[in-house]
Design a protein around this ligand. Structure first.
Ligand code: AHR
Length: 614
């Protein structure tokens, strides 16, 4: 039996305990969260960072003769030096043009409109251009017409509104074509395309709505970005460069990401910040800190410009419009400076032996200009203090469970420094990257976060990683959210994380166990003063149901409570074909005498009990 104690003081719990870690991995940025529906939309490089090509674009010749080619002599600007050139050689009664197949298809849904834009020019043809959404096998879903091409590149924008769409489909293409004789012999050049459906909170250049809503439903309180490894670059020169991700789409430069595919940077620094605004998350800005994945460190005497670059990034986000970079941000559409309290210096710098001098250089420069920021160190180092240290855990089931009490026994430093568990996930097949996202992993993760929440006076933030993957394109399993072009399915741990994050305790209450300790049950109890509720979060690792008698001390509750739980077999996974194998269920339970009740925890389960304080 367990006694929940409100007659002794509890520990205050972090108000921002559960949040998100985000980087473009598993194709979860380009092709997914970033709502751009066209692939290879600006021809800066091929999919793996090599020579640019016209992959994912096909010529349309319907009773006509036409060709498309990549033209490296005609560019839009310094960032976009290649164009798609359309030559119409013969036009019969049909049309000539080209199409894009999107990222494994283009999703068209009932009631949705699609905004398309692109740059085009021609010396001898002024239009019309037909812009269409079509079935891949033929059949126009929506069309718009453009006129007024001239010899200089201009940006054109249209809205495509398919009618009579009854079912969602992805076997669709985006096309531009001509059927006017005047196009014959007059090449047309195109650059920087975009196509967006409905975006989250209607942001321009925004997020695929259903994926963003799935993230938002976790009620995340913080957002760490842009990495992870993808911040660092494999090499110093291929690091994530903030200033190449800002401005209009046509100003941005892509880079070879760390996860074996090209990153367009269509989703850039401001877009991430808007996401924190739109989901009401505290940003945790992770700064490149002079170390890249293959092991190169910027030497100490060469670090100056890199530190200055980080200060410029901070000024871009935090400076008012009287500062040079604050002014640039205002020109990019955001006049108000952002509020950023937490700054992380690097990522997983325990891999390097140079963090001491690098951390010191960044720490000194940042704290001199911004003395009130929470500075996050990614590894223990001796040069300067930190407010939080970012600990990562990719562990087996057994290791994760045995780390349940890791922070119980951790020496609180006494100088205010705390823990940020910036990445964790149970890898049942061992670290890193090929384990199933099944209930067994979810329950081990559940045990681990139960231990973290028990210590949430000191463990300030918790994020699972990686958060998302495109199915069949993953570099790293397990992940919480899985999707393809059409659908989303979430892993069992998504629900446990959601159950924990949406039942926020401001105070962690002492729980006394009369006989036995943890295993197979793991618990944490807490109260929320604003909502006048208490929560008991329990993981049961046993295949048998576990009855528990609860007593409440210093606390009376109404005569019933609500339970939310997930349960199943350890190997259970949610898939596109079977998305509801492990989903939360609800029931209510009775409470005797306002301070005593029994509850039987389901086999292999995670449960949150909610009671109203009387
Ligand atoms: O989450 C996947 C990777 O794991 C992150 O990019 C990195 O920080 C860690 O090694």
């Amino acid at each position: 039996s367990l006694t929940i104690r409100n007659d002794v003081p509890g520990n205050s719990s972090s108000p921002i305990l559960y949040g998100l870690m985000y980087e473009d991995i598993n194709r979860c940025g380009d092709s997914a969260l970033y709502g751009q529906m066209l692939r290879n939309w600006n021809f800066q490089a091929n999919d793996t960072g090599g020579e640019p090509d016209l992959a994912f674009w096909n010529v349309i010749e319907e009773g006509t003769k036409a060709s498309i080619k990549l033209d490296s002599d005609i560019g839009l600007n310094d960032a976009n030096t290649n164009s798609l050139r359309l030559d119409v050689n013969e036009l019969g009664s049909g049309r000539a043009g080209f199409l894009n197949k999107g990222w494994w298809g283009i999703r068209v849904q009932e009631g949705e409109s699609y905004k398309a834009s692109f740059f085009a020019k021609s010396d001898g043809y002024s239009g019309p251009l037909n812009v269409t959404l079509e079935k891949a096998g033929g059949g126009v879903l929506a069309s718009a017409q453009i006129d007024g091409l001239s010899k200089d590149f201009q940006k054109f924008e249209v809205t495509l509104s398919p009618k009579d769409v009854k079912e969602t489909s992805i076997d669709n293409v985006f096309a531009i074509s001509v059927n006017s004789d005047e196009a014959v012999g007059n090449p047309i050049w195109f650059q920087v395309f975009s196509l967006f459906g409905e975006t989250y909170k209607d942001r321009e250049n925004g997020l695929r709505k259903d994926i963003a809503e799935t993230l938002a439903a976790l009620k995340p309180k913080f957002f760490r970005f842009p990495g992870g490894n993808n911040l660092e670059g494999q090499f110093i020169d291929t690091r994530w460069k903030w200033n190449e991700t800002i401005g209009t789409l046509e100003e941005r430069r892509g880079r070879m990401g760390d996860w074996q595919y090209w990153n367009t940077n269509g989703q850039g620094l401001l877009d991430y910040m808007y996401m924190t605004d739109d989901m009401d998350m505290e940003p945790i800005l992770d700064l490149y800190a002079g170390y890249s994945l293959q092991g190169d460190s910027v030497p100490e005497h060469e670090l100056g410009p890199f530190v200055q670059d980080a200060l410029d990034e901070l000024e871009y986000l935090l400076g008012d419009a009287s500062t040079p970079f604050g002014k640039l941000r205002a020109e990019h559409g955001r006049k108000e400076p952002f509020k950023i309290d937490m700054i992380e210096i690097g990522n997983e710098d325990w891999f390097s032996d140079t963090y001491d001098y690098r951390y010191k250089a960044y720490y000194d420069a940042i704290t001199e200009k911004y003395p009130d920021k929470t500075i996050i160190s990614t590894a223990a180092q001796e040069s300067r203090p930190w407010d939080l240290i970012d600990d990562h855990y990719y562990m087996t089931t057994e290791e994760m469970i045995s780390n349940f009490d890791y922070y119980d026994n951790y020496a609180r430093s006494g100088n205010g420094s705390g823990i940020f568990v910036g990445e964790f996930a149970t890898n049942t097949a061992g670290c890193c990257g090929t384990s199933p996202a099944n209930l067994q992993a979810a329950l081990a993760d559940g045990v681990f976060i139960t231990g973290l929440e028990r210590n949430s006076d000191f463990v300030k933030m918790i994020a699972y990683a990686p958060s998302m993957k495109r199915l069949d394109q993953e570099q790293w399993d397990p992940d919480m959210i899985h999707f393809d072009t059409e659908k989303i399915v979430v892993a069992p741990f998504y629900y446990i994380f959601q159950m924990y994050s949406t039942h926020h305790s401001d105070t962690i209450l002492q729980v006394d166990a009369e006989e036995g300790g943890f295993d197979p049950l793991y618990w944490v109890a807490g109260s929320n003063k604003d909502l006048n509720e208490i929560y008991v979060k329990v993981i049961n690792l046993d295949p048998a149901p576990q009855p528990v008698n609860f007593s409440l001390k210093g606390l009376k509750v109404l005569n019933y409570g609500n339970a939310t739980f997930v349960t199943g077999n350890l190997a259970d996974e949610n898939t596109l074909d079977s998305p509801n194998t492990v989903v939360p269920k609800k029931n209510t339970f009775h409470i005797r005498h306002q301070n005593q009740f029994g509850y039987t925890f389901e086999p292999y389960s995670a449960t949150v009990l909610t009671m109203k304080i009387d």
